[in-house]
Design a protein around this ligand. Structure first.
Ligand code: ATP
Length: 711
């Protein structure tokens, strides 16, 4: 029986804690005790956290503080566990502590400081390389327990959301059903697998909103050890090595409360996030509660049957590590600051219970005497062969070399089978005659060739012994050959590993080059597209210019035509007017030329005015005799201004109106027309002569400037 090892690691306080004057209150005493330093304790007594005289100290297997490196902690406490797995002893190392207390730092490492997992793997492979008389076959799995569901971190991204079941096998052991187990042969492969798992974890945290530090992770290594030489005591051992990083043990924290505030005040995604985080916390606390419960009951040495392992996936998976057949260590990670004082106390209490648990540590011997174990070993070899076959090698030479290695491995497999057969034969014979032969040989003290003949029976025995020694010799030869082959195989395997590595590098380089090429092609395509766009734009602009030039030319042409037409029209109108005027003059006598507008047909205003700037018109209501001259004048002026504004006239001419009230005359020219007809007979020289005289500016002979259109 062996107790669970419990150790403490106090991390140094960080920048933010120092800035907040959050004092470090915990310290290590005598290498195995963690306590609150005296002056700090008095402060806490003053704050009524403790009563005077109360002892606050916890003793564990070993305590470490900021002076100790992870490597030191590994060598002191964990190395023994990892190396035992090579002898078939199960091992578990798990990290316990509140968020931010340094669990991941210690397990996975940070920056230049390697974590205990990598230190352990280095040790394992270092030790395996030294072993000449046995083979190790390793597999690993990496799972995450998030909100009480088990997810496979080695699954492809499409299958990442699928959950795994934990079933009991025929040995009443809990197994994670369907978890991917990768065959591994060196540390680099494991580091790649871990990295793959971490990237899946990161992916899940973004796509599925899993908060990565709020899940438990279990990295599991299956170690099978098969001896190269088969003898009566040969055994296969199998062990499981667990590295468990538990989620932070605190309750809903400040971050969660902030999310809550954000969610409720802004109605934003903070609310959902808060609920998610709350759900996570609920599950973490539940699973840690069940873990604590199991540990407490185990600490009380309760019968295994009464321990509630089934309550949570975490306790099911860790069952053999907690009171079962496993060498287990718990590293309690501790924040040194006063503000986290209660969390630290709870962590230390958990550890105090855990250290009472006794595990029944023993080797897991599978045996070497049945078909099942033999088949398993052969299967392992086959996996190795397949691995090698699967490895893609472009170079022909490399391929040939690989084939040779495969052949050697096949040969080795055959020899291995033969050894089994030989071993059975020897075993049977030795068992049959062992007592007699060895007694006999011992009695004569010389060896087989000097055995005195004592009747037929002794002769038979002698022959048998000689035969069996012949077989043993053959067997030894085979073993020697096997050793040579093994070392050859090792060197070939190393070469394959090198080649694989080189091939991997080449693939990475090619991928990089391909990615660069792709990026360049994309850029080139984009540039071509931009160029084409620019070209199209320029073509459009050129077309516009071309059209504009054409339009300008057309406009110039049109203007010319227009000018020409205007001129023609003016001439035409002048001619018409002249004809009309002559006709008027003939009809009305010597002053009739002043009546040109009045007597003519109505002016269609303004549509028919051709060049209004040339028309000078003055209206006068000749019929309103009651008005005095002043009134007439002002009326005329108002007409003037009206027509000036409406017809854009410059200097007024005189148009004599007949009939109608002045009010009507103020209307547009249609009114003038309507009156003109009714009172045409009243037009007389006396009506307009005074006005003409008063307005010397009026030149009747100026009539050619009237470019009006008369119907
Ligand atoms: N021993 C140490 N020395 C220096 N820095 C440390 C140590 N332990 C932890 N830290 C630092 O403290 C911070 C929190 O550590 P870490 O992430 O390991 O905590 P955690 O317990 O795994 O948290 P969570 O439960 O949230 O995953 C990190 O920035 C880490 O670098």
């Amino acid at each position: 029986m062996e107790n669970i090892q419990v150790v403490v690691r106090i991390r140094p306080s960080n920048g933010a804690e120092k800035d907040n004057n959050d004092l470090e209150i915990w310290s290590v005493q005598n290498q195995d005790t963690i306590t609150i330093s005296n002056d700090r304790f008095n402060d806490l007594v003053r704050m009524r956290k403790f009563v005077p005289g109360q002892r606050v100290e916890f003793t564990f297997n070993q305590c470490f503080d900021s002076k100790h490196t992870t490597k030191f902690i590994y060598q002191q406490q964990i190395q023994r566990i990892t190396l035992s797995s090579l002898q078939g002893i199960n091992g578990t190392v798990f990290m316990y502590g509140q968020t931010g207390s340094g669990k991941t730092y210690t397990m996975m490492g940070y920056d230049q400081e390697e974590g205990i997992l990598k230190q352990g793997l280095k040790d394992l492979f270092g030790e395996i390389a030294k072993q000449q008389d046995r083979q190790y076959f390793l597999r690993c799995s990496y799972v995450e327990i998030y909100t009480d569901q088990v997810y496979d971190l080695l699954a492809t991204q499409e299958r990442l959301s699928e959950t795994l079941l934990i079933n009991e096998d025929f040995n009443k052991e809990f197994v994670i059903k369907g978890a991917i187990e990768e065959v591994v042969t060196n540390i680099n492969e494991i580091m790649d697998i871990l990295q793959f798992g971490e990237s899946n974890r990161h992916y899940a945290s973004t796509v599925m909103n899993h908060c990565s530090s709020r899940s438990h992770t279990i990295f599991r290594l299956y170690v099978r050890c098969v001896p190269n030489y088969i003898g009566p005591n040969s055994v296969i051992t199998e062990s499981i090595l667990n590295f468990v990083d538990l989620a932070g043990s605190e309750k809903i924290n400040i971050h969660d409360s902030m999310l809550k505030k954000r969610g409720t005040s802004a109605g934003g995604s903070g609310g959902t996030q808060y609920k998610d985080r709350q759900n996570e916390s609920k599950h973490i606390n539940k699973s840690l509660f069940f873990l604590t419960q199991v540990i407490s009951l185990r600490a009380q040495d309760k019968n295994d049957q009464h321990i509630p392992y089934r309550n949570s996936p975490l306790t099911k998976i860790l069952r053999s590590s907690l009171g079962g057949n496993s060498r287990t260590a718990i590293i309690l990670c501790v924040n040194p600051c006063y503000s986290q004082f209660e969390q630290t106390l709870s962590t230390l209490r958990f550890g105090t219970n855990a250290k009472k648990i006794e595990n029944n540590v023993s080797k897991n011997i599978v045996g070497f005497d049945n078909d099942e174990s033999l088949n398993r070993v052969i299967k392992d070899y086959e996996i190795k062969i397949n691995e090698l076959q699967k490895a893609r090698v472009d170079d022909k030479q490399q391929q040939e070399m690989m084939l040779k290695i495969i052949e050697k491995l096949e040969e080795q497999r055959k020899i291995f089978r033969q050894q089994f057969t030989a071993s059975d034969h020897i075993q049977a014979m030795i068992n049959k005659e062992l007592n007699y032969q060895w007694t006999h040989l011992h009695y004569h003290g010389v060896g087989v060739l000097w055995v005195p003949e004592k009747g037929n029976r002794e002769l038979e025995v002698k022959q048998d012994v000689i035969d069996s020694f012949g077989t043993i010799k053959k067997y030894q030869e085979l073993q020697e050959e096997f050793i040579i082959l093994k070392s050859e195989k090792q060197s070939l395997e190393n070469q394959v590993t090198d080649l694989k590595q080189k091939q991997q590098e080449t693939i990475i380089q090619t991928k990089k080059r391909y990615a660069n090429q792709k990026a360049k092609t994309r850029k080139y395509k984009q540039l071509s597209k931009d160029l084409q766009d620019e070209k199209n734009k320029l073509q459009k602009i050129a077309l516009c210019y071309h059209n504009m030039i054409e339009m300008d030319e057309m406009m110039l042409l049109n203007n010319d035509i227009l000018d020409q037409m205007t001129e023609n029209l003016q001439i035409l109108m002048q001619n018409i007017y002249k004809v009309k005027l002559k006709k008027e003059i003939k009809l009305k006598g010597e002053y009739s030329e002043t009546l040109k507008l009045v007597t003519s047909k109505p002016i269609k205003y303004p549509k028919y005015l051709f060049d209004t700037s040339a028309i000078n018109v003055l209206f006068w209501d000749a019929t309103d005799n009651k008005k005095n001259e002043e009134q007439n004048k002002s009326e005329i002026e108002s007409f003037q201004s009206y027509f000036q504004s409406q017809l854009n006239m410059s200097t007024p001419s005189y148009i004599e109106l007949q009939g109608g009230s002045s009010q009507q005359v103020k209307e547009p020219l249609k009114h003038i027309c309507s009156h003109e007809k009714s009172s045409q007979s009243k037009i007389g020289k006396e009506n307009y002569e005074p006005i003409l005289k008063r307005n010397l500016s009026m030149e009747v002979s100026d009539e050619l400037n009237f470019r009006s259109y008369f119907r």
